[in-house]
Design a binder for this molecule. Sequence first.
Ligand SMILES: [Zn+2]
Length: 239
Amino acid sequence: MNILAIGAHPDDIEVQCAGTLALYAAAGHRVFMAVATNGNVGTPDLTREEIAEIRHNEQKASCAVIGAELIWMDFDDEWLMNDRPTRERFIDAIRQADPDVMFIHGPTDYHPDHRISGQVAEDARIPASVRLVETTLPHIGKIPQVFYMDNPAGVDFTPEVHVDITSVFETKKQMLLCHESQDSWMRAIYGPETSITDMMIDNARARGLAGGSTYAEGFREVKTYPRTGSYAQLPGFGV
Ligand SMILES: [Zn+2]
């Protein structure tokens, strides 16, 4: 299968579903990580150009850990809009990956770029297979099954599926740690006690408690028409 995760910023996919992607990659599936914005405001002291380049390199390093293919959309951080150029770019990302399964941000997420990214991705999944919706890539032959990822604090998000990521937890952590610039940035904006790694670990432990494993990632299926899979089942996991 082809698997596509779409995150708003470099590091979002790692926090919410890198363990599941690592499991898919280890099982021989083709994994794509699409990042909507270039993260060009995530710094207390560098210029937008400098931090964007750093974050692009951090994202490449993270993808390399599991052999995922990176789709770098390069929109400005904090300014993601639900407009035609963005929808077209997301359609192209879906066409490039030709996914069986997609992971996207959900509507209860805290960050506007996350919510917009999730909405645009959800709205792009059908037009990606429509021939006369013309972008830079040709239409694809199937409509993927789509799941919402959890959000960082798990706010207003009750998973339907818990994926046991205990066996790949160190891989997930390694991928997140590739985003080295974000540790100082998170502390600068949210307080010195804030650690993106600790937040990820807390979330994975909490989902693991609910799902019956040491660490887990939680997902909910997007259930809008057309139905493209069994509700609340993650293809390839037999759950
Ligand atoms: Zn983010």
